[in-house]
Structure formats: C-alpha cells, structure tokens
Write a protein that binds this ligand. Structure first.
Ligand SMILES: Nc1ncnc2c1ncn2[C@@H]1O[C@H](COP(=O)(O)OP(=O)(O)OP(=O)(O)O)[C@@H](O)[C@H]1O
Ligand SMILES: O=C(O)[C@H](O)COP(=O)(O)O
Length: 401
C-alpha cells in the first residue's frame, strides 16, 4: 500500500484544487492518437467534481523548451477531455500558463467546474523546479493533487515544487493504482515471478536488470539487448546491436543469476537479416538460426521461433509477470512475431500481468491484447525507474498518511 494521503482522504467542496495529470499524449495533425492517459485520469477528476471542487487541471505536453509552441498547446486535450467527461473542460489559453487569462478563468469558476491550464513546459522554470513558477501554480489552489504517474520520475514545478507552497498535497487514483500494481508485483509477488526485459540497449536498463534479478524467479531477455548477453557468453553475433562496454556487466549479471539460483533465459535462436529494415516496415528477407550461429554479416532483429515457444512456456507457469520492452523490431510485421508470441502468452495466462509502459504498452495495445492484461502502466520512464527500485520524486512529495 502506498503510504501517501490520497483524494479519498479529502473533500474539496468549494475549494480550488490543482490537479497535475500526465496529458503528454501523442498528437498527429492536432489529433490525439492514443488517449489512454486521458481515460486513466478520469476517475480522480470525477471524484473531485462530485465533491464540488473547482478543478484546475495542468500537465506538460512534449518538450517546448520553455516557450509557447502552438503545436504543443493542450487545447486539443481540453476538447477531448470535455467529450470523455461529458462536461465542459474550459481551456485557459495563456502563454504564461499562470498569466492574466488563467487567473481570470480560475477566478470565474463555480463549484464542480473544470479548467485546464496551458502546457506547463511553456515556462522555462518548469523543468528546473524553480521557486517562482512553483509559487504561481500554488497561488491558484487550496489543495494539490498529483495524479501524473507518467511524470513522477521528474522533479518539476508542477509536480514537486508546487507541493512546498500548498497546505495539502495528495495523490490521485491513477498514481495509487500504478504504484500499488507495480509495487506489489515487484516487492510482494505471487510466485513464480517472471520478468521479461527487451528493447534496444542494455545500457538503458542496467539498474532494472540488476534489481529485477534480485526480486524475480526467472528473468527473460529479448530484443536488441540480448546480443550483448550472447556476446558475453562468447557467441559470434554478427552485426547485431552490441554494447561492447557492457559485456562485462552482462557477464556479472549471468554470474549473479547463478549465485542467486535465478533462471536467466536468453534467446536460443534468432531471426536474422542482412540489414536493419529501412523504412522500418520495409519487406525484408529473414531466416532463423541458432543464437550461436549468427553469420558475421547478419544481424539479429527478433527472437527465433524456438525461443518464442520457450519464453511462452516460462510465462505459462508464472503467477506474476512484468514485461518491459519488445522482443524484436516489432514495428515491422515480419519482425514482430517474437513480441506477438510473448504478448499472446501473457494474454492467455491467469497470472497477474503488468506491462511497464512505453513501447511495450504500445505494442500490446496495437496487437489487440490490451484488455487481456491485468495492468498496463501509463508511465514509460516512470515505470522503468520504479522497476529500478528508485524513489519517484513526484510520489515522495505528497503528504504522508
Ligand atoms: N534486435 C533488435 N535490434 C535493434 N533494435 C531492436 C531490436 N529489438 C528491438 N529493437 C528496437 O527497440 C526499440 C525499443 O527499445 P527501447 O529500449 O526504446 O524499449 P523501451 O522503449 O525502453 O521499451 P519500453 O518503452 O516498453 O520501456 C524498438 O523500437 C525496437 O524496434
Ligand atoms: O511520456 C513520458 O514519459 C512522461 O510524460 C514524461 O515526459 P518527459 O520524458 O518529456 O519528461
């Protein structure tokens, strides 16, 4: 259980409540292409409306680097949120975020109304956790609610600085749900606990590998990071992605697994091609070879068929599964088979299945397995840092229970 005060511990009737959400959603031609983060924010917003609070929402979007960028305005989010909530979300267009327009919009609010502020990263101080902007945000509100799990690994004005200048700071339902799911899976798992890591680089996930190895029973490695492990085993991996500086680290992890009596599974076969597909979804010729027989001029781009079966088998006997990072270049249908096989095995198991956000969440959703998972995190970097065992500043800043 998360040891922080939540929206259930307060009633905001007649009060101004500033809610930090993570509305950093992908946009194409001004349209939101994945609204999971909006849908996930609704329970907290509805609770605060039902209380009769004046609900002031804020978020960042993309990286405008401290200046107004019209293409990164939160206006499309206000429009879509209004539809999802079935109630107007008034957009406080204001290049200063907390400038005259925003102040006037908040001033005019009635109980139960909702206003969305402009992209907090229009202000340069935001990402520096500066005092002045933190105070400006705090001046709008009596109470602060942080429901932005996806941003919890950042210490910025709108999720950390602001908490120093309001009396009450609590977390929202999404934050609670994310921390409870990820926390239970990692720290109190029903066993066997299988962790699956993929993605491009070992270097990106050093601490995740080390931490999960301590907690899980089986650690499965796939994706581009597998080849540094295979090279560390002494295999020839051709032109596959390898981080030569991390070979010793991979050796250490393999020794650590043995010492701890944990299973560390690596691909026994590999789908190879002459080169990386360009464009990424280009039709390419592939073949499957044992992982110790990758020709010098070929690269591994997905786990092979036997490996996919082996990994699916390991998932079958699990009671808890945490998955972060694709098994191959899943953006290309020819190289998505390993990722699909693993996603399918998670969809079919009775185990608690948790997807650690980012690319893996996108892969599971595009492949149509989204509703079969126990929990799909809305946080990419945040869920990764949580899996590393780090304290998230956005969570730490809320009032303790
Ligand atoms: N064998 C491989 N060689 C090169 N790139 C690969 C390989 N396997 C997977 N990838 C690429 O890795 C990328 C994802 O890697 P990345 O490390 O960014 O994962 P991730 O974003 O950390 O995952 P998540 O977002 O779930 O945390 C994908 O774009 C995929 O195409
Ligand atoms: O999408 C995310 O991971 C969060 O919204 C954080 O965004 P950032 O990486 O731009 O800080």
């Amino acid at each position: 259980m998360l040891n922080k005060k939540s929206v259930d511990d307060i009633n905001v009737k007649g009060q101004r409540v500033l809610v930090r959400c993570d509305f950093n959603v992908p946009l194409k031609d001004g349209k939101i292409t994945d609204e999971n983060r909006l849908v996930a924010a609704l329970p907290t917003i509805k609770k605060l409306i039902a209380d009769g609070g004046k609900v002031i929402l804020c978020s960042h979007l993309g990286k405008p680097k401290g200046e107004p960028k019209p293409e990164l305005s939160l206006a499309p989010v206000a429009k879509r949120l209004s539809e999802l909530l079935g109630q107007e979300v008034k957009f406080a267009a204001d290049p200063e975020v907390v400038g005259p327009n925003a102040k006037a919009a908040v001033e005019a609010m009635k109980d139960g109304e909702v206003v969305l502020l402009e992209n907090t990263r229009y202000r340069a101080e935001e990402t520096k956790n500066g005092e002045a902007f933190s105070k400006e945000l705090a001046s709008l509100a009596d109470v602060f609610v942080n429901d932005a799990f996806g941003t919890a690994h950042r210490a910025h004005c709108s999720n950390v600085g602001v908490t120093q200048y309001v009396k009450t700071s609590v977390v929202g339902y999404l934050m609670q749900k994310e921390i409870n799911f990820l926390g239970n899976a990692v720290n109190n798992p029903e066993r066997p606990f299988v962790a699956i890591l993929g993605g491009a680089k070992v270097a990106d996930k050093l601490n995740v590998i080390a931490n999960l190895l301590e907690k899980c029973d089986t650690l499965i490695i796939g994706g581009g990071m597998a080849y540094t492990f295979l090279k560390a085993k002494g295999y020839e991996v051709g032109t596959s992605l390898v981080d030569d500086e991390k070979i010793d680290y991979c050796k250490e992890m393999m020794e650590k697994a043995e010492k701890l009596g944990k299973k560390l599974l690596l691909p026994v076969d590999t789908t190879i091609a002459k080169e990386f597909p360009n464009p990424i979804d280009a039709e390419i010729e592939v073949s499957v070879v044992p992982s110790n027989e990758i020709p010098a001029d070929m690269m591994g781009l997905d786990i092979g068929t036997k490996t996919a079966e082996l990994y699916a088998e390991a998932v079958k006997s699990a009671k808890t599964v945490v998955w972060n990072g694709p098994m191959g270049v899943f953006e290309n249908p020819i190289l998505a088979k390993g990722t699909i096989a693993v996603a399918k095995s998670l969809a079919e198991t009775d185990a608690t299945t948790i997807i650690g956000g980012g690319d893996s969440a996108a892969a599971v959703n595009t492949l149509g397995f989204g509703d079969k998972m126990t929990h799909i995190s809305t946080g990419g970097g945040a869920s990764l840092e949580f899996l590393e065992g780090k304290e998230l500043p956005g969570v730490a800043a809320a009032n303790d229970l």
